[in-house]
Design a protein around this ligand. Structure first.
Ligand code: A2P
Length: 348
Protein backbone atom coordinates (compact mmCIF):
# COMPACT_ATOMS: atom_id res chain seq x y z
CA UNK A 1 0.00 0.00 0.00
CA UNK A 2 1.87 3.05 -1.19
CA UNK A 3 -1.03 5.49 -0.91
CA UNK A 4 -1.42 7.50 2.29
CA UNK A 5 -4.05 5.95 4.56
CA UNK A 6 -5.49 7.84 7.51
CA UNK A 7 -7.59 5.94 10.03
CA UNK A 8 -9.64 7.33 12.92
CA UNK A 9 -11.03 5.65 16.02
CA UNK A 10 -14.15 7.43 17.32
CA UNK A 11 -14.79 6.65 20.98
CA UNK A 12 -11.07 6.09 21.52
CA UNK A 13 -11.24 6.52 25.30
CA UNK A 14 -13.81 3.73 25.76
CA UNK A 15 -13.24 0.03 26.46
CA UNK A 16 -13.83 -0.96 22.82
CA UNK A 17 -12.10 2.12 21.37
CA UNK A 18 -8.91 1.33 23.30
CA UNK A 19 -9.06 -2.26 22.08
CA UNK A 20 -9.53 -0.97 18.52
CA UNK A 21 -6.31 1.04 18.79
CA UNK A 22 -4.54 -1.99 20.24
CA UNK A 23 -5.89 -4.23 17.47
CA UNK A 24 -4.82 -1.81 14.73
CA UNK A 25 -1.35 -1.76 16.24
CA UNK A 26 -1.14 -5.53 16.94
CA UNK A 27 -2.11 -6.38 13.35
CA UNK A 28 0.12 -3.69 11.88
CA UNK A 29 -2.77 -2.17 10.03
CA UNK A 30 -1.11 -0.23 7.19
CA UNK A 31 -2.22 3.25 8.29
CA UNK A 32 0.13 6.16 7.74
CA UNK A 33 -1.70 8.07 10.44
CA UNK A 34 -4.10 7.07 13.24
CA UNK A 35 -6.28 9.70 14.94
CA UNK A 36 -8.25 9.34 18.16
CA UNK A 37 -11.60 11.05 18.78
CA UNK A 38 -13.95 11.18 21.76
CA UNK A 39 -16.27 13.71 23.37
CA UNK A 40 -15.25 17.23 24.40
CA UNK A 41 -14.76 15.84 27.93
CA UNK A 42 -11.70 13.88 26.80
CA UNK A 43 -10.19 16.37 24.34
CA UNK A 44 -6.47 16.72 25.02
CA UNK A 45 -6.17 13.49 27.02
CA UNK A 46 -3.88 10.68 25.83
CA UNK A 47 -4.65 7.11 24.79
CA UNK A 48 -2.02 4.41 24.21
CA UNK A 49 -1.14 3.35 20.68
CA UNK A 50 1.65 0.77 20.64
CA UNK A 51 4.66 2.32 22.36
CA UNK A 52 3.35 5.83 21.83
CA UNK A 53 0.31 7.83 22.79
CA UNK A 54 -2.25 9.66 20.72
CA UNK A 55 -3.82 12.93 21.81
CA UNK A 56 -7.59 12.67 21.83
CA UNK A 57 -9.42 15.22 19.71
CA UNK A 58 -12.99 16.35 20.13
CA UNK A 59 -15.39 14.75 17.64
CA UNK A 60 -17.04 17.37 15.43
CA UNK A 61 -18.96 17.19 12.18
CA UNK A 62 -16.09 18.61 10.12
CA UNK A 63 -13.21 16.41 11.35
CA UNK A 64 -13.53 13.68 8.69
CA UNK A 65 -11.97 15.52 5.74
CA UNK A 66 -8.81 13.60 4.76
CA UNK A 67 -9.69 10.54 6.87
CA UNK A 68 -10.07 7.34 4.79
CA UNK A 69 -11.60 4.97 7.37
CA UNK A 70 -13.26 5.82 10.70
CA UNK A 71 -14.03 3.02 13.14
CA UNK A 72 -16.78 4.14 15.50
CA UNK A 73 -17.54 2.82 18.97
CA UNK A 74 -19.11 5.75 20.75
CA UNK A 75 -22.74 4.71 21.11
CA UNK A 76 -25.71 4.77 18.74
CA UNK A 77 -26.48 8.46 19.15
CA UNK A 78 -22.96 9.51 18.21
CA UNK A 79 -23.04 7.20 15.18
CA UNK A 80 -26.42 8.48 14.11
CA UNK A 81 -25.22 12.07 14.22
CA UNK A 82 -21.67 11.79 12.94
CA UNK A 83 -21.42 8.78 10.61
CA UNK A 84 -23.39 10.51 7.81
CA UNK A 85 -20.98 13.47 8.00
CA UNK A 86 -18.05 11.09 7.73
CA UNK A 87 -19.52 9.35 4.65
CA UNK A 88 -20.33 12.76 3.16
CA UNK A 89 -16.65 13.69 3.52
CA UNK A 90 -15.65 10.50 1.66
CA UNK A 91 -14.60 8.64 4.80
CA UNK A 92 -15.74 4.99 5.07
CA UNK A 93 -17.29 4.27 8.48
CA UNK A 94 -17.15 0.91 10.23
CA UNK A 95 -19.70 1.34 13.00
CA UNK A 96 -19.82 -0.79 16.13
CA UNK A 97 -23.13 0.57 17.45
CA UNK A 98 -26.54 -0.90 16.63
CA UNK A 99 -27.59 2.33 14.89
CA UNK A 100 -27.11 1.25 11.27
CA UNK A 101 -27.19 -2.54 11.49
CA UNK A 102 -30.67 -3.15 10.10
CA UNK A 103 -30.54 -0.21 7.67
CA UNK A 104 -30.86 -1.58 4.13
CA UNK A 105 -28.21 0.84 2.90
CA UNK A 106 -25.60 -0.65 5.24
CA UNK A 107 -23.90 -4.02 4.94
CA UNK A 108 -23.70 -5.94 8.21
CA UNK A 109 -20.51 -7.95 8.05
CA UNK A 110 -18.60 -10.73 9.78
CA UNK A 111 -15.53 -11.19 7.57
CA UNK A 112 -15.45 -14.99 8.02
CA UNK A 113 -19.15 -15.21 7.10
CA UNK A 114 -20.27 -12.65 4.48
CA UNK A 115 -17.34 -10.51 3.26
CA UNK A 116 -18.93 -10.19 -0.19
CA UNK A 117 -21.64 -7.98 1.32
CA UNK A 118 -19.03 -5.21 1.48
CA UNK A 119 -19.05 -4.78 -2.29
CA UNK A 120 -22.04 -2.44 -2.44
CA UNK A 121 -21.35 -0.33 0.62
CA UNK A 122 -22.45 3.31 0.63
CA UNK A 123 -19.98 4.61 3.18
CA UNK A 124 -21.35 3.11 6.40
CA UNK A 125 -20.70 -0.53 7.25
CA UNK A 126 -22.15 -1.99 10.43
CA UNK A 127 -20.33 -4.28 12.84
CA UNK A 128 -22.81 -6.81 14.26
CA UNK A 129 -23.71 -7.36 17.89
CA UNK A 130 -20.96 -9.13 19.85
CA UNK A 131 -23.10 -12.19 20.65
CA UNK A 132 -24.19 -12.52 17.02
CA UNK A 133 -20.63 -12.34 15.70
CA UNK A 134 -19.24 -15.24 17.70
CA UNK A 135 -22.34 -17.37 17.14
CA UNK A 136 -22.25 -16.93 13.38
CA UNK A 137 -18.50 -17.56 13.02
CA UNK A 138 -19.29 -21.00 14.45
CA UNK A 139 -22.63 -21.59 12.68
CA UNK A 140 -21.66 -20.52 9.16
CA UNK A 141 -19.78 -23.74 8.26
CA UNK A 142 -22.70 -25.80 9.62
CA UNK A 143 -25.25 -23.77 7.66
CA UNK A 144 -23.21 -24.21 4.48
CA UNK A 145 -22.81 -27.95 5.02
CA UNK A 146 -26.24 -29.15 6.18
CA UNK A 147 -28.53 -26.08 6.42
CA UNK A 148 -29.70 -24.57 9.70
CA UNK A 149 -33.44 -24.47 10.40
CA UNK A 150 -33.57 -23.15 13.94
CA UNK A 151 -31.25 -21.96 16.69
CA UNK A 152 -32.04 -21.72 20.41
CA UNK A 153 -29.36 -19.72 22.19
CA UNK A 154 -28.80 -18.61 25.78
CA UNK A 155 -25.95 -16.19 26.38
CA UNK A 156 -23.71 -15.56 29.37
CA UNK A 157 -22.41 -12.06 28.65
CA UNK A 158 -19.56 -10.21 30.37
CA UNK A 159 -19.91 -6.72 31.82
CA UNK A 160 -17.30 -5.35 29.39
CA UNK A 161 -20.12 -5.45 26.83
CA UNK A 162 -21.54 -2.44 28.67
CA UNK A 163 -18.24 -0.58 28.24
CA UNK A 164 -15.94 0.90 30.86
CA UNK A 165 -18.87 1.67 33.15
CA UNK A 166 -19.89 -2.00 33.26
CA UNK A 167 -16.38 -3.05 34.29
CA UNK A 168 -16.34 -0.39 37.01
CA UNK A 169 -19.76 -1.41 38.33
CA UNK A 170 -18.78 -5.08 38.80
CA UNK A 171 -15.50 -4.11 40.47
CA UNK A 172 -17.11 -1.55 42.77
CA UNK A 173 -19.99 -3.82 43.79
CA UNK A 174 -17.59 -6.71 44.49
CA UNK A 175 -15.52 -4.46 46.77
CA UNK A 176 -18.70 -3.17 48.45
CA UNK A 177 -19.95 -6.67 49.19
CA UNK A 178 -16.61 -7.82 50.59
CA UNK A 179 -16.55 -4.68 52.76
CA UNK A 180 -20.10 -5.35 54.03
CA UNK A 181 -21.43 -2.26 52.25
CA UNK A 182 -24.65 -2.17 50.25
CA UNK A 183 -23.68 -2.33 46.58
CA UNK A 184 -24.77 0.71 44.63
CA UNK A 185 -26.52 -0.02 41.28
CA UNK A 186 -25.64 2.71 38.78
CA UNK A 187 -25.42 0.86 35.48
CA UNK A 188 -27.63 -2.23 35.77
CA UNK A 189 -31.11 -2.25 37.34
CA UNK A 190 -29.98 -4.83 39.91
CA UNK A 191 -26.74 -5.88 41.47
CA UNK A 192 -24.48 -7.73 38.99
CA UNK A 193 -21.82 -8.86 41.50
CA UNK A 194 -22.57 -12.48 42.55
CA UNK A 195 -25.77 -12.39 40.51
CA UNK A 196 -27.05 -13.00 36.96
CA UNK A 197 -29.45 -10.68 35.13
CA UNK A 198 -31.77 -12.06 32.43
CA UNK A 199 -31.95 -8.61 30.93
CA UNK A 200 -29.62 -6.95 28.39
CA UNK A 201 -30.62 -3.71 26.66
CA UNK A 202 -34.27 -2.59 26.79
CA UNK A 203 -37.45 -4.66 26.78
CA UNK A 204 -39.57 -4.57 23.61
CA UNK A 205 -43.32 -4.98 23.06
CA UNK A 206 -42.92 -8.75 22.54
CA UNK A 207 -41.23 -9.07 25.99
CA UNK A 208 -37.91 -10.00 24.43
CA UNK A 209 -35.01 -7.63 25.00
CA UNK A 210 -33.50 -5.63 22.18
CA UNK A 211 -30.29 -7.67 22.58
CA UNK A 212 -32.25 -10.89 22.03
CA UNK A 213 -33.96 -9.56 18.91
CA UNK A 214 -30.60 -8.35 17.58
CA UNK A 215 -29.45 -11.98 17.53
CA UNK A 216 -32.62 -13.03 15.67
CA UNK A 217 -32.66 -10.23 13.10
CA UNK A 218 -28.93 -9.82 12.51
CA UNK A 219 -28.53 -13.56 11.82
CA UNK A 220 -31.06 -13.38 8.99
CA UNK A 221 -29.36 -10.33 7.48
CA UNK A 222 -25.81 -11.73 7.73
CA UNK A 223 -26.76 -15.17 6.40
CA UNK A 224 -29.03 -13.45 3.88
CA UNK A 225 -31.46 -16.25 4.63
CA UNK A 226 -34.86 -15.55 6.23
CA UNK A 227 -35.46 -19.28 6.66
CA UNK A 228 -33.04 -19.40 9.63
CA UNK A 229 -35.02 -18.94 12.85
CA UNK A 230 -33.24 -17.79 16.01
CA UNK A 231 -34.69 -17.48 19.49
CA UNK A 232 -32.46 -16.04 22.20
CA UNK A 233 -32.28 -15.43 25.93
CA UNK A 234 -29.52 -12.96 26.76
CA UNK A 235 -28.09 -12.95 30.27
CA UNK A 236 -25.52 -10.68 31.92
CA UNK A 237 -23.14 -12.55 34.23
CA UNK A 238 -20.53 -11.25 36.70
CA UNK A 239 -17.59 -11.88 34.38
CA UNK A 240 -15.30 -9.04 33.29
CA UNK A 241 -14.41 -10.30 29.85
CA UNK A 242 -15.66 -12.94 27.39
CA UNK A 243 -19.13 -13.95 26.30
CA UNK A 244 -20.23 -17.59 26.41
CA UNK A 245 -23.24 -19.07 24.63
CA UNK A 246 -25.13 -22.32 24.93
CA UNK A 247 -26.37 -22.97 21.41
CA UNK A 248 -28.86 -25.59 20.22
CA UNK A 249 -29.02 -25.99 16.44
CA UNK A 250 -31.61 -27.86 14.42
CA UNK A 251 -30.32 -28.70 10.96
CA UNK A 252 -31.99 -29.71 7.70
CA UNK A 253 -29.70 -32.70 7.17
CA UNK A 254 -27.99 -34.79 9.82
CA UNK A 255 -24.51 -33.85 11.06
CA UNK A 256 -22.85 -35.97 13.72
CA UNK A 257 -20.93 -34.43 16.61
CA UNK A 258 -17.74 -35.91 15.18
CA UNK A 259 -18.38 -34.41 11.74
CA UNK A 260 -19.14 -31.08 13.40
CA UNK A 261 -15.87 -31.12 15.37
CA UNK A 262 -13.86 -31.83 12.22
CA UNK A 263 -15.71 -29.20 10.18
CA UNK A 264 -15.36 -26.47 12.80
CA UNK A 265 -11.70 -27.23 13.51
CA UNK A 266 -10.93 -26.44 9.86
CA UNK A 267 -13.04 -23.28 9.62
CA UNK A 268 -11.62 -19.74 9.61
CA UNK A 269 -11.51 -17.88 12.92
CA UNK A 270 -12.46 -20.93 14.99
CA UNK A 271 -10.71 -23.15 17.48
CA UNK A 272 -12.32 -26.32 18.80
CA UNK A 273 -11.50 -27.26 22.39
CA UNK A 274 -13.64 -30.29 23.05
CA UNK A 275 -12.42 -33.21 25.06
CA UNK A 276 -14.84 -33.91 27.92
CA UNK A 277 -12.77 -36.83 29.23
CA UNK A 278 -9.84 -34.50 29.80
CA UNK A 279 -12.16 -31.75 31.07
CA UNK A 280 -11.29 -29.60 28.08
CA UNK A 281 -13.79 -26.93 27.03
CA UNK A 282 -13.49 -23.19 26.38
CA UNK A 283 -14.10 -20.65 29.17
CA UNK A 284 -14.15 -16.84 29.18
CA UNK A 285 -11.43 -16.48 31.83
CA UNK A 286 -8.92 -18.38 29.72
CA UNK A 287 -9.43 -16.82 26.30
CA UNK A 288 -9.23 -13.09 27.11
CA UNK A 289 -7.36 -11.18 24.44
CA UNK A 290 -7.54 -14.01 21.88
CA UNK A 291 -8.71 -13.46 18.33
CA UNK A 292 -10.38 -16.83 17.86
CA UNK A 293 -13.92 -17.91 18.57
CA UNK A 294 -13.82 -21.11 20.62
CA UNK A 295 -16.25 -24.01 20.41
CA UNK A 296 -16.60 -26.97 22.75
CA UNK A 297 -19.17 -29.32 24.33
CA UNK A 298 -20.31 -30.40 20.84
CA UNK A 299 -23.01 -33.05 21.24
CA UNK A 300 -25.86 -34.46 19.20
CA UNK A 301 -29.21 -33.29 20.51
CA UNK A 302 -30.84 -36.63 21.25
CA UNK A 303 -34.29 -35.07 21.64
CA UNK A 304 -34.67 -34.33 17.90
CA UNK A 305 -33.68 -35.99 14.63
CA UNK A 306 -31.10 -33.51 13.35
CA UNK A 307 -29.73 -31.40 16.16
CA UNK A 308 -26.50 -30.30 17.78
CA UNK A 309 -25.64 -28.63 21.07
CA UNK A 310 -22.50 -26.58 21.53
CA UNK A 311 -20.80 -23.99 23.73
CA UNK A 312 -19.31 -20.96 21.99
CA UNK A 313 -16.92 -18.53 23.72
CA UNK A 314 -15.10 -15.43 22.48
CA UNK A 315 -13.56 -12.25 23.82
CA UNK A 316 -16.49 -9.90 23.29
CA UNK A 317 -14.38 -6.75 23.21
CA UNK A 318 -11.90 -8.31 20.77
CA UNK A 319 -13.69 -10.55 18.20
CA UNK A 320 -17.09 -9.30 19.34
CA UNK A 321 -16.20 -5.68 18.57
CA UNK A 322 -12.69 -4.30 17.91
CA UNK A 323 -11.18 -7.16 15.92
CA UNK A 324 -14.24 -7.70 13.74
CA UNK A 325 -14.25 -3.98 12.90
CA UNK A 326 -10.53 -3.98 12.07
CA UNK A 327 -10.97 -7.14 9.97
CA UNK A 328 -13.69 -5.31 8.03
CA UNK A 329 -11.26 -2.44 7.43
CA UNK A 330 -8.62 -4.95 6.27
CA UNK A 331 -11.13 -6.55 3.90
CA UNK A 332 -12.05 -3.12 2.49
CA UNK A 333 -8.38 -2.53 1.73
CA UNK A 334 -7.90 -5.99 0.21
CA UNK A 335 -10.92 -5.47 -2.04
CA UNK A 336 -10.01 -1.89 -2.92
CA UNK A 337 -13.26 -0.60 -1.43
CA UNK A 338 -11.93 2.32 0.63
CA UNK A 339 -14.05 4.91 -1.14
CA UNK A 340 -17.58 6.31 -0.97
CA UNK A 341 -19.37 6.07 -4.31
CA UNK A 342 -22.21 8.47 -3.51
CA UNK A 343 -21.48 10.84 -0.65
CA UNK A 344 -25.09 11.92 -0.25
CA UNK A 345 -26.78 8.59 0.55
CA UNK A 346 -27.03 9.34 4.28
CA UNK A 347 -27.47 13.10 4.06
CA UNK A 348 -31.03 13.11 2.69
P1 A2P B 1 -15.64 10.13 26.44
O1 A2P B 1 -14.66 9.29 27.18
O2 A2P B 1 -15.07 11.46 26.06
O3 A2P B 1 -16.99 10.20 27.09
P2 A2P B 1 -17.63 3.19 26.72
O4 A2P B 1 -18.62 2.44 25.88
O5 A2P B 1 -16.47 2.34 27.17
O6 A2P B 1 -18.28 3.93 27.84
O7 A2P B 1 -16.99 4.30 25.73
C1 A2P B 1 -17.77 5.22 25.03
C2 A2P B 1 -16.87 6.04 24.12
O8 A2P B 1 -17.71 6.91 23.34
C3 A2P B 1 -15.91 6.96 24.88
O9 A2P B 1 -14.71 7.08 24.14
C4 A2P B 1 -16.67 8.27 24.89
O10 A2P B 1 -15.86 9.41 25.01
C5 A2P B 1 -17.26 8.24 23.49
N1 A2P B 1 -18.38 9.17 23.36
C6 A2P B 1 -19.53 9.20 24.06
N2 A2P B 1 -20.30 10.23 23.65
C7 A2P B 1 -19.63 10.86 22.68
C8 A2P B 1 -19.88 12.00 21.85
N3 A2P B 1 -21.02 12.70 21.93
N4 A2P B 1 -18.94 12.36 20.95
C9 A2P B 1 -17.80 11.66 20.84
N5 A2P B 1 -17.50 10.58 21.57
C10 A2P B 1 -18.40 10.19 22.49
Amino acid sequence: MSKKLTVAVVGATGAVGREMLKTLHDRQFPATEVRAFASARSAGSKVPFGDTELTVQELKEDVFEGIDIAIFSAGGGTSETFAPHAAHAGCVVVDNSSQWRMDERCPLVVPEVNPDALADHNGIIANPNCSTIQMLVALKPIHDAVGIKRVVVSTYQAVSGTGQKGLEELERQTRDLFSLRDPECKVYPYRIAFNVLPHIDVFLDNDYTKEEMKMTNETVKIFNDPSVKVTATCVRVPVFSGHAESVNVETVKKMTAKECRILLSQAPGLKVIDNPREKLYPMPAYIAGDDETYVGRIREDESIENGLNMWIVADNVRKGAALNAVQIAEELLRRDLVRVKDRNVFMA
